[in-house]
Design a protein around this ligand. Structure first.
Ligand SMILES: [Zn+2]
Length: 66
């Protein structure tokens, strides 16, 4: 339904900087981790990156935190 307003991908989450519920831009990024302790072992992990549309603060959360 296109009955919603112009809010783009409206995701509202709490922002630690704004200290309020603000609209966020949410995207998934695959980032490669290099762990120096384990030689040449790289793991590609999906991260959920949320950016506050008010203050621009970026919050990164690793998705498979099992
Ligand atoms: Zn914010």
């Amino acid at each position: 339904m296109a009955a919603t307003t112009h809010t783009p991908d409206g995701t509202t989450e709490s922002c630690r900087v704004c200290e309020a519920e603000t609209p966020h831009d949410v995207r998934i990024e695959i980032r490669t981790e290099s762990k120096k302790e384990h030689n040449a072992q790289y793991s590609r992990e999906p991260y959920r990156v949320t950016t506050c549309l008010h203050c621009g603060d970026e919050d990164v959360l690793r998705m498979n935190n099992a």
